[in-house]
Design a protein around this ligand. Structure first.
Ligand SMILES: Cc1cc2nc3c(=O)[nH]c(=O)nc-3n(C[C@H](O)[C@H](O)[C@H](O)COP(=O)(O)OP(=O)(O)OC[C@H]3O[C@@H](n4cnc5c(N)ncnc54)[C@H](O)[C@@H]3O)c2cc1C
Length: 542
């Protein structure tokens, strides 16, 4: 799909889950793109596992949600978070998450939060993207430097298989190269926030039927606490036999190649528990956001733009939100109906969400870090029992917001965006755990079932959609005509269900290609062309 002067319309640097998702989103919208990835594409050590409901909605749009559920954690595996002194010690607290996993309908989304590690997610995304035909993926191809001349971006890359260098010319370059982004560094973009909060060693391991070797039952997340405080964690990866043991501490981080991780595991289980160590890496946790998400024709997306402490599991999920925002805007500009200024709204809309999510990750981390322990926490004494009870109550009071995050997942909204038309209504509370459905402009258009297995959310993700709601919806032809004049693709959907009309609060609601409400009203605005221009990023024209 290369044109005369460009090798590709969009060059994506980095083939992690965010780069692959962007390629998929662009590909679905008919935009050719090329991903370059320096590695061989194989995920050797598991990182992201927790996929929130919004990410699952995007995966549903991409047509892979069912496969993600099939390849991820079995539906009956509980997403319980456990706080223990050890598997053979005491239970301190237990947070159940019945709204996670499984296949039952949800009142707030057509999808529920799921667990599918990148070990399985990345290949699903890759295969789907490549199946679209106009997505090109090159492994073992490293980005080196770039020049943005105002009309195009020229990337200098190295083919690591042949060790040859070449140039790739693109209209836009999207940096999905993760936390060590060479592009962010080349532009000298600073990361603001809290660098190096904690030092970790991560151990990928097998422990088949671990729950048969202790009496605490199955859990997705297990946090181990001793008399000094939190010290180890165990994250279930596949609901069967794979886990990630997390060991916190600079002394372990500095010596991660020589520490006896097998012994460290048996300290929280027992020496008899069958296990096999697969791989060991080290990493540092931080809560940081890039000061800029855009420089000219280059955009920072995913971990290149923000990194957070993994408590809460926001990293990949926030990156998926970035993809949702930048994907349709790039497509709109490349297809000619979006004004180039539309792309500037990516940073305006997404950077505040990066800050919001990083802030919540920081709060969860601080709650955990600052919780005092007790010298007898692990002991079979009255003082130990009391200490566990007190700590358990503190955990229940603060950690719901770390492990139950529907508010973070579904409640983000684009306040102050130049391409959203506010309607003067008051914002719903923005809280980490509780999502309050709303169609207030800037919000994700809320879910309601419109027929068996089909949600309002399924209407969005392609063209703009004008919803005409209620028994006698107002005429939408003026808006339709304005969109036609500006060549903006628009679908008109009429839904008589009074419950949906009540949920959306106005009978005319304009929803963007990313499923966010752009405008709503009781009747078409007096100047529908101005509305069309605003949502496509242009100043009103006559
Ligand atoms: C222990 C741990 C647990 C986590 N758990 C969760 C979770 O449950 N849920 C969640 O949402 N997030 C979680 N995260 C965060 C999540 O892993 C990241 O947010 C996510 O991987 C970011 O995806 P990305 O595609 O932006 O970047 P990455 O996954 O880092 O991918 C970037 C890609 O760019 C490539 N690249 C880099 N430089 C170049 C170059 N010069 N040329 C070409 N290619 C290049 C890299 O090889 C890499 O493949 C966790 C992170 C950690 C460390």
């Amino acid at each position: 799909m290369a044109d005369k002067t460009f090798d590709t319309p969009v060059l994506i640097v980095g083939g992690g889950p965010v780069g692959l998702s962007l390629a998929l989103d662009l590909g679905r919208r008919g935009i050719a793109c090329q991903i370059i990835e320096q590695s061989d594409g194989i995920v050797y050590h598991p990182r992201a596992t927790a996929l929130n409901a919004r990410t699952m909605e995007l995966l549903r749009r991409f047509g892979v949600a069912e496969q993600v559920k099939r390849d991820g954690t079995p539906p009956d595996f509980p997403h319980t978070a456990l706080y223990l002194t050890g598997f053979n010690g005491y239970e301190i607290a237990r947070i159940e998450r019945p709204s996670h996993g499984g296949r039952a309908p949800s009142p707030i989304s057509p999808e529920r939060p799921q667990r599918c590690n990148q070990l399985w997610l990345d290949p699903i995304l890759r295969d789907r993207a490549l199946g679209l035909g106009h997505v090109r993926l090159r492994y073992r191809c490293r980005f080196d430097t770039l020049v943005d001349d105002g009309q195009s971006v020229v990337a200098n890359v190295t083919d690591l298989t042949t060790n040859t260098t070449e140039r790739i010319t693109a209209r836009y370059l999207v940096d999905c190269s993760g936390s060590h982004s060479p592009i962010r560094r080349a532009f000298n973009i600073k990361m603001s926030g809290q660098p190096a909060l904690e030092y970790h060693v991560s151990v990928f391991m097998r422990a088949p039927d671990l729950w048969d070797h202790h009496d605490k039952g199955k859990s997705a997340l297990t946090f181990f606490i001793d008399e000094k405080g939190g010290w180890r964690s165990l994250v279930m990866i596949d609901g069967k036999e794979h886990y990630r043991l997390g060991i916190m501490g600079k002394e372990y981080y500095d010596n991660y190649k020589t520490i006896d991780v097998d012994k460290l595991f048996t300290e929280v289980t027992s020496p008899e528990t069958p296990r096999e160590i697969i791989s060991v890496i080290r990493w540092t946790a931080c809560d940081v956001v890039a000061d800029k998400y855009q420089v000219g024709r280059v955009f920072l997306v995913g971990d290149a733009a923000h990194q957070n402490h993994p408590s809460g599991g926001f990293g990949l999920n926030t990156g998926m939100g970035d993809v949702d925002d930048i994907g349709w805007k790039l497509a709109a500009v490349l297809q000619g109906w979006g004004d180039p200024a539309l792309l500037d709204s990516y940073e305006t809309e997404r950077r505040p969400i990066g800050l919001r999510n990083i802030n919540q990750a920081w709060t969860s981390f601080a709650d955990n870090r600052d919780r005092p322990s007790h010298p007898e926490l692990t002991k079979d004494t009255q003082a130990g029992a009391t200490a566990r009870k007190v700590m358990g109550e503190q955990i229940m009071a603060t950690q719901h917001a770390m492990v139950l995050t529907d508010g973070i997942a579904l409640g983000y909204r684009y306040e102050g965006s130049p391409i959203i038309v506010p309607d003067g209504t008051e914002a719903t509370p923005d809280t980490p755990s509780n999502y309050q459905p709303t169609a207030r402009p800037g919000s994700r258009a809320p879910h309601a079932w419109i027929s068996e297995g089909r949600s309002t959310v399924d209407l969005f993700g392609g063209n703009f959609v004008l919803l005409r709601l209620g028994a006698t919806p107002p005429d939408g032809t003026a808006i339709e005509a304005a969109f036609r004049r500006r060549e903006i693709p628009l679908d008109i959907v009429t839904l008589a269900d009074p419950a949906i009309a009540e949920l959306y609060q106005q009978p005319l609601v304009l929803v963007r290609p990313d499923g966010h409400v752009a405008w709503r009203g009781a009747a078409a605005p007096s100047d529908s062309l101005a509305l069309a221009d605003r949502v496509r990023g242009a100043r009103p024209q006559t």
